[in-house]
Design a protein around this ligand. Structure first.
Ligand SMILES: *[C@@H]1O[C@H](CO)[C@@H](O)[C@H](O)[C@H]1NC(C)=O
Ligand SMILES: *[C@@H]1O[C@H](CO)[C@@H](O)[C@H](O)[C@H]1NC(C)=O
Length: 230
């Protein structure tokens, strides 16, 4: 009786392990149907690093270092190809992400009050097929002292014109003068900034190559934005 019980238990455990194994395999095969497997895998890794559970051993937004006082910690990534949206984290709050469903093709922009660190607005501008005038109008509404965080997704260059480039340049961007079709780009600037921003990264399709079958690798950046005095 007892031996039979142990035997039955062993069979159940074995069946369970088999079931888990096959489920795992099935999921793996399913993943392979994605066109950009590398992109999805990289993005998933990224997601598990910065989202939901922030481990006690890591700092704000999953950074590896703390920020000095009177600074806002941020971490952001551009979109990955046209497959996974960008992610913008500030002071442990995800401002924009695929999971929040507030990202899209083009420029993903979050506006933050430079003193309180509060999010004031997020917006998406389709630079590939949208009307760039909407972006021009939006940039004109940004008030002095606002932190401007921008992440590209898929393509953030096609329809840019000199007027928009000048306006984003005035927010502290350098890379806006050289960005081209499908480049990966992240930027943090500010309205009224007097110098070029140190927070900017770009990977160029033409130079860095087609890591993701038509797009360069995503770019990731983190840092500490000084708080603006009142
Ligand atoms: C920022 O957000 C906090 C918490 O929601 C709020 O108490 C504060 O008034 C906000 N500050 C500004 C300047 O909007
Ligand atoms: C992008 O901006 C960074 C920071 O200003 C700069 O170091 C880099 O050279 C720029 N790259 C390009 C291609 O414009």
């Amino acid at each position: 009786m007892r031996v039979q019980g142990i035997l039955r238990f062993t069979v159940w455990v074995f069946a369970f392990i088999l079931a888990v194994f096959f489920l795992h395999k099935a999921l793996e095969i399913h993943m392979d149907f994605f066109k950009n497997v590398k992109v999805v895998k990289a993005a998933l890794k990224e997601d598990s690093e910065t989202s939901e559970v922030i481990k006690p051993s890591t700092y704000v937004c999953g950074r590896t270092k703390p920020c000095p006082e009177r600074h806002f910690a941020f971490k952001m990534t551009s979109g990955a190809a046209n497959a996974v949206g960008p992610k913008i984290c500030l002071e442990n709050t995800i401002l924009m992400s695929e999971g929040k469903r507030n990202t899209g093709r083009g420029m993903n922009i979050a506006l933050v009050d430079g003193h309180s660190g509060n999010l004031t607005r997020t917006a998406i501008f389709d630079i590939y097929s949208g009307d760039v005038k909407e972006l021009t109008a939006f940039l004109k509404t940004i008030t002095y002292g606002t932190i401007v965080m921008i992440a590209s997704f898929d393509d953030a260059a096609s329809k840019l014109n000199d007027e928009v480039k000048k306006m984003i340049g005035e927010l502290g961007s350098t890379n806006i003068t050289t960005i081209e079709f499908r480049d990966s780009w992240v930027f943090v600037g500010g309205k009224g900034i007097r110098s070029k921003s140190p927070f900017e990264k770009i990977k160029k399709k033409k130079i860095d190559g087609d890591m993701y079958d038509g797009w360069p690798e995503l770019v990731e950046m983190d840092g500490c934005i000084p708080q603006r005095n009142l």
